[in-house]
Design a protein around this ligand. Structure first.
Ligand code: UD1
Length: 420
C-alpha cells in the first residue's frame, strides 16, 4: 500500500496551461484489443498510470512483450501463451475482464478469477458472460474461477439490460472474431466505447452504428495490428477544470483527439457558472463569481458521467445555493461524503440522492481517498479550502492519474506529495 500523502495549501488561484493525459478508459480496452492479432501495436500518448501498468503486467504473463518510450507504449502480441489469465492479478484489476472477449476470439478459451467487488458498487459481470454465451461460448464458474470456451464463436442478437460500458466493449471484442453478424442493442455510447469501435475498424473490423445504442458487427474478417493515438482523458480534464472553478481561476487545457467527448461534462460546468470556450484542441475556462448550485443526475452517455459526480459534489459544497445530486449508475458512490464532511461539507445522503447545503468555506483537514474519483474530489475540495488539507490512501488516485499533484502544480496550486 502507498504510504505517501498529499499536502495541499488551499485557496491558490489556478492559472496557466496543461496537456491532459491520455484517456484511461480508452486505453484499457484498446490494450485488450491488441490481443486479437499477432504483431506489434504502438499506443501514442498513453497515460503512465497504475491501471495501464497492471494491464501490461497481465499481458507480459500471457507472453506479450511490452516496451515504453516516454508516453508511447508498444506491445508485441506475437507469442501469446494461451488464454489463462493469471489469477493473482485479476482480483485487483477490474479492467482485466476486458481481456476475456479478445482471448475467447483468438484462443478459443479463457479462464480468469472473479474480478472481485469494488468500492463504488457490486459491479457484476453477468452481462458480459451472458453475451459470450449468446455468441456460442460455454461459460462456467467454478470456485470463483470463470471458464469460457468456444471452438468457434458465431454472430448473435444480444440485448443488454443496461448500457454497460465494459460489457459493450467486451462483446465488441468477442464479436469481431465471431462468424456472421452480431447485433448489439441497448449498448453503451460513451466516447470511450466509440474509441474502441473505431480502433477495431482501423484493424479491419466491420462495425456499423458506432455512437448509437445498436451496433452491427460483421465478424470473422482478418484483422491486423494498427497503431493508435490515445485521446485525452475527459474525466481528468474535468478534474483540472473543477480545480480551477473552486479557486476562481482561469486555465487552458490542451487536448488530443476529438473534443466532442467533452460536451456532456462542459454543460454541467457551465451550469455551475464557468465561462468555457471549447476549441478544436483546447478548452479555456474562466470562473469569476461563486459556483452556482447544480442539479446533477448521472447516467449513461449522453447523460453526465458518473465519474465526475464526486468532484462536482465537492465543488457544489460552497455554491451560492443548495444542490441536488442523483447517482444513477453505481450504488455506493458517496463514500467520499464522510471525508468531505470532515472539511465542513454539509451533505445528506438518501439512497441514490444527495442534498448539498452550501457552507461559506471548507477548511483543510486530514482525509483519506476512498476510491479513485473520490480521491480527485478531495483534491478539488482541498484546492478550494482554507488552510492545509492532507490526503492519504493515494493508491486509487494513482490508478487513474499519472501525477495529479504535478499537473495541479503546473497550474499554480500548492500541492506536494510527501513520501513516508
Ligand atoms: C466503466 C468505466 C468507469 C465508469 C463506468 C460507467 C472503464 C475501465 N471504467 O466501468 O470509469 O464509471 O464505465 O460509465 O471504462 N453492470 C451489471 N452487470 C454487468 C455489467 C455492469 O449489472 O455485467 C452494472 C454495474 O454494476 C453498474 C452499471 O451496470 O451499476 C454500469 O457499469 P459499467 O458501465 O459496466 O461500468 P464499467 O464498465 O465497469
Amino acid at each position: 500500500m502507498d504510504q505517501s500523502y498529499y499536502l495541499i495549501q488551499g485557496k491558490r488561484r489556478l492559472s496557466g496551461e496543461l496537456m491532459v493525459q491520455g484517456s484511461k478508459n480508452t486505453v484499457l480496452p484498446v490494450l485488450a484489443s491488441t490481443l486479437l492479432v499477432k504483431g506489434k501495436t504502438t499506443l501514442f500518448h498513453c497515460p503512465r498510470i497504475q491501471d495501464v501498468f497492471m494491464m501490461t503486467a497481465v499481458m507480459e504473463q500471457l507472453g506479450c512483450k511490452i516496451s515504453w518510450k516516454n508516453h508511447d507504449l508498444t506491445v508485441d502480441t506475437s507469442f501469446l501463451k494461451g488464454g489463462n489469465l493469471p489469477l493473482e492479478y485479476t482480483g485487483n484489476l477490474r479492467a482485466s475482464v476486458l481481456f476475456m472477449g479478445a482471448l475467447l476470439g483468438r484462443e478459443g478459451y479463457v479462464t480468469m478469477g472473479k474480478p472481485g467487488g469494488c468500492k463504488i458498487g457490486k459491479r457484476p459481470i453477468d452481462f458480459h458472460l451472458e453475451g459470450f454465451s449468446k455468441l456460442g461460448a460455454c461459460v462456467k464458474e467454478r470456485e470463483g474461477i470463470y471458464e469460457c470456451e468456444a471452438k468457434a464463436l458465431s454472430g448473435a442478437e444480444i440485448l443488454l439490460p443496461f448500457p454497460s460500458v465494459g460489457a459493450t466493449e467486451n462483446l465488441l471484442l468477442a464479436a469481431v472474431s465471431a462468424q456472421g453478424s452480431t447485433v448489439l442493442s441497448g449498448c453503451a455510447r460513451e466516447p470511450e466505447v466509440c474509441d474502441l469501435a473505431e480502433h477495431l475498424l482501423s484493424m479491419g473490423a466491420q462495425i456499423e452504428g458506432i455512437g448509437t445504442d445498436r451496433m452491427t458487427i460483421r465478424g470473422g474478417r482478418k484483422l491486423e495490428p494498427a497503431d493508435y493515438q490515445v485521446p485525452s482523458d475527459r474525466i481528468a480534464a474535468a478534474t483540472y477544470l473543477l480545480g480551477a472553478m473552486v479557486t476562481k481561476g482561469e486555465i487552458r487545457l490542451l487536448l488530443r483527439g476529438n473534443n466532442k467527448r467533452m460536451e456532456s461534462i462542459l454543460k454541467v460546468l457551465e451550469q455551475m457558472g464557468a465561462l468555457i470556450d471549447l476549441k478544436e484542441h483546447s478548452i479555456e475556462l474562466k470562473m469569476s463569481g461563486k459556483i452556482l448550485p447544480i442539479y446533477l443526475a448521472t447516467g449513461p452517455h449522453p447523460k453526465p458521467p458518473t465519474d465526475i459526480q464526486s468532484m462536482v459534489l465537492a465543488a457544489a459544497l460552497t455554491a451560492s445555493g443548495p444542490s441536488f445530486i442523483e447517482e444513477n449508475v453505481f450504488e455506493s458512490r458517496y463514500q467520499v461524503v464522510q471525508e468531505l464532511k470532515k472539511m465542513g461539507g454539509n451533505v445528506v445522503i438518501s439512497g441514490r440522492k444527495a442534498s448539498v447545503s452550501p457552507v461559506f468555506t471548507l477548511y483543510g483537514s486530514k482525509v483519506n481517498a476512498p476510491d479513485l474519483r473520490g480521491g480527485a474530489s478531495l483534491v478539488v475540495a482541498g484546492l478550494g479550502a482554507k488552510g492545509n488539507t492532507i490526503i492519504g490512501s493515494l493508491d486509487d488516485l494513482k490508478r487513474g492519474y499519472e501525477d495529479i499533484g504535478k499537473d495541479f502544480r503546473q497550474l499554480g496550486a500548492s500541492i506536494t506529495e510527501i513520501i513516508r
